[in-house]
Design a binder for this molecule. Structure first.
Ligand code: COA
Length: 258
């Protein structure tokens, strides 16, 4: 179905594998377009409760935007490229269903930005994170200056952005860029086991957790106001009534996303 992605759906978990291992899964326009379609699938397919993004091969998650497409671009074309990538990465970040990055090697440039647009990240012990765009006379264009700063703080972010230095898995864990480090063999199972727990919870409440967390840091306490509204909205759901009833009756809840 896709030229540059492999997808599977089992146990309500959709796995998207970026599949250009000979180019370290670099994001060319086909990958970006196909990623957009695969994210639409997450939004629209009722069988999908959550998703994992990973890269094919043993070496890379994604080694960046495809540099071979950069030469000869004008200012305007550069802006259009960044805008298109940002729009798709926003779609990942704003998905009502959790999307986790399973980083299995290099996550550089647009690859690090892609991982950061996901709701959280786990990685294998050979992972390397970096924003090496300064080596090309560039800076990140797919949201990296913003999300890296939010995730690891301004000082650490600016050091990475300005030096182009890579972070290994242990340092990424220490910085809070990833939630867990496992072996490459264990990586997908680790992602699936975290998501199977999340998939057993009330989907409407999960969606609101994502929406409110995305609103953190907005001015004028807007995130707090959204939390109040979301909390109230949950009282109008069947799932909240089921969750509370199940607790009182000492049984497992059965959520229906209603
Ligand atoms: N865009 C296009 N092609 C890329 C790429 C990218 N971002 N990253 C890797 N590739 C290609 C290489 O050109 C090479 O292709 P070739 O075999 O046709 O020559 C292939 O992937 C393998 O990469 P190679 O550089 O030979 O692997 P390595 O193990 O020696 O080095 C990296 C790995 C990740 C350190 C190195 O590939 C690299 O620095 N990549 C660019 C990272 C970057 O700057 N990303 C930000 C882009 S904005």
């Amino acid at each position: 179905m896709y030229q540059t992605l492999l997808t599977t759906l089992a146990d309500n978990i959709y796995i998207i594998t970026i599949n250009r291992p000979d180019k370290l899964n670099a994001l060319n326009t086909t990958v970006i377009d196909e990623l957009g379609s695969a994210i639409d699938e997450i939004y629209n397919n009722q069988e999908i409760k959550s998703a994992v993004l990973t890269g094919a091969g043993a070496k890379a998650f994604v080694a960046g935007a495809d540099i071979s497409g950069f030469s000869g671009l004008t200012k305007e074309q550069g802006m259009a490229l960044a805008k298109k990538g940002q729009d798709i990465f926003f779609k990942i970040e704003r998905s009502a269903k959790p999307i986790v990055a399973a980083v299995n090697g290099f996550a550089l440039g647009g690859g690090c930005e892609l991982a950061m647009a996901c709701h959280f990240r786990i990685c294998s012990d050979n992972a390397q994170f970096g924003q090496p765009e300064v080596n090309l006379g560039l800076l990140p264009g797919y949201g990296g200056t913003q999300r890296l700063t939010q995730l690891i703080g301004k000082g650490r972010s600016l050091e990475m952005l300005m030096s182009g230095n890579m972070l290994n898995a242990a340092n990424a864990l220490q910085y809070g860029l990833v939630n867990a480090v496992v072996s490459q063999e264990e990586l997908l199972n680790k992602a699936k086991s975290i998501l199977s727990v999340i998939n057993s919870k009330a989907p409407l409440a999960i969606a609101k957790c994502i929406e409110c967390a995305n609103a953190a840091g907005q001015p004028n306490d807007e995130g707090y106001a959204l939390e109040i509204k979301s909390f109230g909205d949950c009282f109008g759901t069947e799932d909240m009534k089921e969750g509370v009833a199940a607790f009182m009756e000492k049984r497992k809840p059965v959520f229906k996303s209603r």
